[in-house]
Design a protein around this ligand. Structure first.
Ligand code: NAP
Length: 256
């Protein structure tokens, strides 16, 4: 049993949301963690008892998360961020800010489900062996952003693996004059990503890899938000030992 004063003090931001409330329960159930604060919309981060919080977990909305992270860096509080919507320039702004705050760690992961991280990893490993690659992500219809952060991350990893292997663009004869706009989805680093929003779904992803006469599907399904909690808690336990910015759970799992 970990003594209360040795437990990692955790604040949850977005604590009333679907993910945030699951994180609150997971922190309360972990013997080595202690819930120090639970904030939601309307609670300013300046009200956070920064000297009594070691790690803040952010599951809010894309429009708030970046500002929250910069405020946490200023407060000297390590951050674990699951909120989606991050792009390259936003990550770069966090990286630059962290260069001035050498003790603080930030982990931003597009997906905390271990199976989803492995699916992305396997997709990048397989990508050099296939002519074609596309990604389909499927989520509940209350999700604000599209495509999902996971799909962006997956497509970028697949594109990087293809480029490193010297593969050019995937074959695609689509004629824009004969197509509805958007029918081919979004192109992330040249890899097409399709977003489905359907009541009943939670979070799902398929990576399709094709060659003449065969195709490989790598699929991951999160059936319950509890699937994200082992990854969130892993990041909470490790973030203070990783100053600077860590993107994705892969380094924490020794996958990269
Ligand atoms: P949600 O149920 O809408 O929860 C978001 C919560 O944050 C709500 O309670 C919201 O309040 C609150 N909030 C909004 N702005 C805030 C602010 N400035 N400060 C504090 N709290 C604020 O959404 P969710 O399903 O939990 O998802 C949250 C985020 O996590 C989304 O971006 C989603 O894509 C992402 N996500 C990531 C993973 C992963 O593994 N990385 C997994 C699942 C979801 P109101 O409702 O009053 O606005």
């Amino acid at each position: 049993m970990v003594a209360v004063d040795q437990a990692i003090a955790v604040a949850v931001i977005g604590a009333k949301g679907r993910m945030g409330s699951a994180v609150v329960k997971a922190v309360q159930a972990a013997p080595d963690l202690r819930l120090a604060d639970a904030l939601d919309v309307g609670d300013p981060l300046s009200s956070l008892p920064a000297d009594a919080v070691q790690v803040a977990v952010d599951f809010t909305v894309p429009s708030a998360a970046e500002d929250n992270v910069h405020q946490l860096i200023d407060l000297g509080v390590n951050a674990v961020v699951g909120t989606s919507g991050w792009d390259g320039p936003a990550l770069e702004r966090v990286r630059r800010h962290l260069a001035e705050a050498r003790e603080v760690g930030v982990v931003i992961a597009p997906n905390f489900a271990l199976g989803a991280v492995l699916a992305m990893h396997f997709a990048a490993q397989a990508a050099p062996f296939f002519e074609s690659a596309e990604v389909i992500e499927l989520h509940h219809p209350d999700k604000l952003d599209a495509p999902s952060g996971t799909a962006r991350h997956t497509a970028a990893a697949v594109a990087a693996a293809r480029a490193a292997a010297g593969l050019g663009a995937a074959p695609d004869a689509t004629d824009p004059d004969r197509s509805e706009p958007g029918a081919r989805g979004a192109a992330i680093d040249g890899v097409h990503v399709h977003s489905v929003r359907l009541r009943g779904l939670v979070a799902h992803e398929e990576i399709l890899l094709g060659n003449p006469g065969e195709y490989l599907t790598i699929r991951h399904d999160s059936l319950d938000r509890v699937s994200f909690m082992p990854g969130v808690l892993l990041a909470v336990r490790q973030v203070s030992t990783r100053p600077g910015l860590t993107v994705g759970l892969e380094p924490l799992l020794n996958l990269s």
